[in-house]
Structures are given as C-alpha cells and as structure tokens.
Design a protein around this ligand. Structure first.
Ligand SMILES: *[C@@H]1O[C@H](CO)[C@@H](O)[C@H](O)[C@H]1NC(C)=O
Ligand SMILES: *[C@@H]1O[C@H](CO)[C@@H](O)[C@H](O)[C@H]1NC(C)=O
Ligand SMILES: *[C@@H]1O[C@H](CO)[C@@H](O)[C@H](O)[C@H]1NC(C)=O
Ligand SMILES: *[C@@H]1O[C@H](CO)[C@@H](O)[C@H](O)[C@H]1NC(C)=O
Length: 431
C-alpha cells in the first residue's frame, strides 16, 4: 500500500468511478464489481449478488428485533469495514434494526467505494436527547460510498414533530436529518426508501459528485420541515427518478449549491422544488448552475420556487433552468418570493432582500394550477431580478373562478422576456 503514490491511487480511483458510472448507466455495476477481481471473494451462482468482503451487522452483535439498541453494533461494523484494505460491503440484512445516531466516518483504507447495503429497515430511536447534533445516520469525510439495497430508513419523526417550533421561531433548532452526507465525494444513493424523518430526509452538504437515484421518500403532508432532499455548499449533485411526498420541500437547493441537476422526479404532497431559502445567514455562498427537468408535481403548495429572506446580506442565485415540467393541481406553479418568511417572527422584517437573482429560464411548464395566480414573481426592490425568461408556459386554473378581473400572473421588480405559448397572459412588472 505504502509504495503506491497518492497520485496513482487517485488515478485508480478515478478510473474505477468512470467504469462504475458507465456500468451504472447499464444497470450493471454489480457485474462490473464482480469482474474487477480486486478485493472480492469469488463465488458461484446468484448473478446479481455483489462480491466483496461482507461486514454483516449481525456478526457484530446487531439484533433485528426492532427493540434492541444496535447503535454500538453498527459503529463496530463500520469501523471494521472502513479499516478493510479490500472492497468492503456493510450488510444490513432483512429485519428491523433500531439505532440511535451513528457516524460512518472516513477516510477509509479501502481503495474502492464502500457499499452500504440495506435490505432491512433501520429504525431511529425517538429520544431526541440522545442526538448530540441534528443527524441520525451520518456519512462524513468519505471519498467513495454507495448506499443501496432497497431497504428503509424509518426516522420515527411522528414521536418528535410536536417539538418542532420552526413555524414561530426563525432560529429554531432543527431536529435530526435522517441520512446526512457531510464532506462526502463520489457517492451514490440508490434504491433506498426513507420514511417519517424527524426533519430532513436526506441532507447533502460540502459534497462533490453525488448521485441520488430511484429513492422513495414519504412523510405526511402536515409533518414539519420534512424536506425530501436538501443540498447546500456542494458541487455536482444529480438527483433522478425519485418519488417524494412530504410535509415540506420536495427538494431544497440551499446556499452554495453548484452544478445541480434534478430530473424525472415526482413530488407531492409537499411544498415543491425550491431554490432556497437563501439569505437567512451572513456569508452565505452563491447558488449557480441548477437544472430541473422532466419533473412532475402533484397537489403541491408550490411548483418551482425561488425564495429569499427579507433583509438578507448580499449573495447571488444565477443560471437556473426549469424545463419540461408538468403541474397537476399545484397552488403556485411558478413563484419567486424575495419576501419569504418561514416563521411568524421573521415576517416583521420589511427590508428588501439583497440576494440577486439572474438568468432564470422557465421552459415548457404546463398543467393545472390550484389557484388563480399561476405565475407570481415578486423580486427584490433593492436588487431586481434580471434575465428571467418564460417560454411556452401553459398553466390553467383547475377550477377557474368567475372573477375574470383577477390577474393570473403578477410580477414586480423583474426584467422578464416572454416567448412561445403564454397562458396565463404575461404580467407587466411594476418596475
Ligand atoms: C456537474 O456535475 C456532474 C455530476 O453531477 C458531473 O458529471 C459534471 O461533469 C459536472 N459539470 C461540470 C461543468 O463540472
Ligand atoms: C422530457 O420532457 C420532454 C417534453 O415533455 C420530452 O420530449 C422528453 O422525452 C422527456 N425526456 C425524458 C428523458 O423523459
Ligand atoms: C387539489 O389540491 C388540494 C390541496 O391543495 C386538494 O384539497 C384538492 O382535493 C385537490 N383537487 C384535486 C382535483 O385533486
Ligand atoms: C411583493 O413584494 C413586496 C415587497 O417588495 C411586498 O410589499 C408585496 O406585498 C409583495 N406582493 C405580493 C403579492 O406578495
């Protein structure tokens, strides 16, 4: 190991990932892993079974009875896998495993990504005093990890949602995120289900090259802050083929998000796909290069939203593309709100936002609006929006009211160009 230079290791790693990506595209990465021959025990039969050194949580003392606290067994399993010199696979077999907060921390020894294969259900303990920080299953400082297996993370949020006071307190303490990736690069989350998170289901921060595929996320419509996937301070995140129904944002793209692509995601119920909220704290990083395409929103409060807080410090959100989106009974299909207030205490700030929004492109957005106002663009009087384009918009009220005087597109402080089909009629900005 020591003879290999860091550069050689990096090159190997890169090669592996390129190959991995090619194979993932064919749905055959397991095949590829088997054929790579590095670090895998040979075996016969079971065509789709991945090889590798298996670290089964049961062999480290975990009991799938839904009652025993398996936190220590999970931690011991991870430490052993992380120390493995060959490809390691952490296996969580069928059954219900109750665990408190766990940290799967790197860096690890293995040259290949560690696979965490969840076949069973991992269920959170519900005493929040056990959680030293707002994370439940946390992956930290890792280069290369694959979380997969078709299993479920059950956050047991119903036991603690009553303690969430974020609707009245803007600086509330968030409850634990179910699956948190912090300073993780080259990761894949694939075929995982998350239900009833205490707050966010999946959180990605300080990430690089993260792919989320075919995840299924569920929480009740009235559960507080149960965002499906929240991204911040990350470069290169792509989310595809997810089905997300929650009580808050389907996907929220927070400060410092760069090069994020979201495609073939179905959202609802919930608050839609949001860029933001931005500008709540000082020194937030800019948002740049976001693409949302081929998504469907059903019965959500918002469709495509950009939200920034009033009185916010300066930052930017630019180069955002929303394309080929279907709305079904969405209350506010297109909305930019620079006077966003998530809690009663923050609504008293009447200062304009200083988050500059520019180059936002809405193209081929069609379907039904649950309210009369399908397009609402309310930009900042301090830094008006620039370079907004609406092209081929076709949004009709699901049940039109008889009041034909209600404008169905409103906008202020925005420079907007319109093209193609425009239903509703284009708005004229008050400035
Ligand atoms: C953006 O991120 C994706 C991964 O999500 C990556 O494949 C692509 O190369 C990145 N683009 C740029 C310009 O860095
Ligand atoms: C995305 O949506 C467009 C327009 O509806 C459609 O033509 C295209 O085939 C879709 N792409 C994918 C990959 O589903
Ligand atoms: C539209 O959504 C609202 C909730 O926003 C719901 O009450 C209503 O039943 C939905 N209508 C249809 C036709 O789905
Ligand atoms: C739009 O924003 C302005 C502040 O810039 C605010 O006073 C107004 O109430 C907002 N309009 C709507 C319709 O939300």
């Amino acid at each position: 190991m020591k003879i290999r230079t860091a550069a050689a290791l990096r090159a190997l790693f890169l090669l592996f990932f390129i190959a991995l990506e090619l194979c993932v595209a064919n749905g055959g990465y397991l095949q590829m892993i088997r054929e790579s021959g590095r670090g895998f025990r040979s075996g016969s039969g079971g065509a789709a079974k991945p090889r590798g050194i298996i670290f089964n949580v049961k062999l480290f003392g975990a009991k799938p009875d839904g009652r025993k606290d398996n936190t220590q067994a999970f931690m011991r399993t991870w430490v052993a896998a992380c120390n493995s010199k060959d490809q390691a696979r952490v296996l969580i077999p069928e059954g219900i495993y109750r665990i408190g907060p766990v940290i799967f921390q790197g860096p690890c020894n293995s040259p290949d990504p560690i696979i965490v294969q969840v076949k069973g259900t991992v269920k959170a303990t519900d005493d929040i005093s056990e959680y030293p920080s707002p994370e439940w299953v946390s992956f930290e400082k890792l280069d290369g990890v694959i979380l997969t297996g078709g299993g479920t993370f059950d956050g047991q949020g119903q036991a603690v949602w009553q303690y969430n006071d974020c609707s009245s307190n803007a600086y509330c303490q968030l409850l634990p995120t179910s699956i948190k990736l912090s300073s993780v690069s080259n990761a894949i989350i694939r075929r995982i289900k998350s239900i009833n998170s205490k707050s966010f289901h999946i959180g990605i921060t300080n990430g690089k090259n993260i792919k989320v595929r075919s995840v299924d996320i569920v929480a009740p419509e009235d559960s507080p802050n149960t965002d499906g996937i929240h991204i911040s301070r990350s470069f290169g995140v792509s989310i595809s083929k997810a089905v997300i129904g929650t009580g808050d944002d389907c996907i929220s793209i927070g400060q410092g998000s760069n090069n994020v692509t979201i495609s073939k995601v179905t959202c609802g119920p919930g608050h839609g796909i949001s860029v933001g909220s931005l500008g709540k704290y000082p020194d937030e990083q800019d948002v740049n290069g976001i693409t949302v395409k081929n998504c469907t929103l059903v019965n959500t409060d918002n469709g495509l939203r950009i939200k920034t807080w009033p009185g916010s410090p300066p930052s930017q959100a630019s180069n955002i593309v929303f394309q080929d989106i279907i709305m079904e009974n969405v209350s506010r299909p297109i909305i930019i709100n620079q006077q966003y207030c998530a809690s009663t205490s923050s609504c008293t700030n009447k200062e304009p936002s200083n988050v500059k929004i520019s180059n936002v492109f809405f193209q081929n957005i069609r379907g039904t609006s649950a309210s009369d106002v399908a397009v609402k663009i309310n930009c900042s009087s301090a830094v008006p929006c620039e370079g907004l384009q609406l092209f081929d918009i076709n949004l009709v009220p699901i049940a039109p009211t008889t009041d034909s005087t209600t404008p169905s597109a409103v906008c202020s402080n925005a420079k907007i160009s319109f093209g193609g089909v425009q239903v509703p009629e284009p708005c004229t900005s008050s400035r």
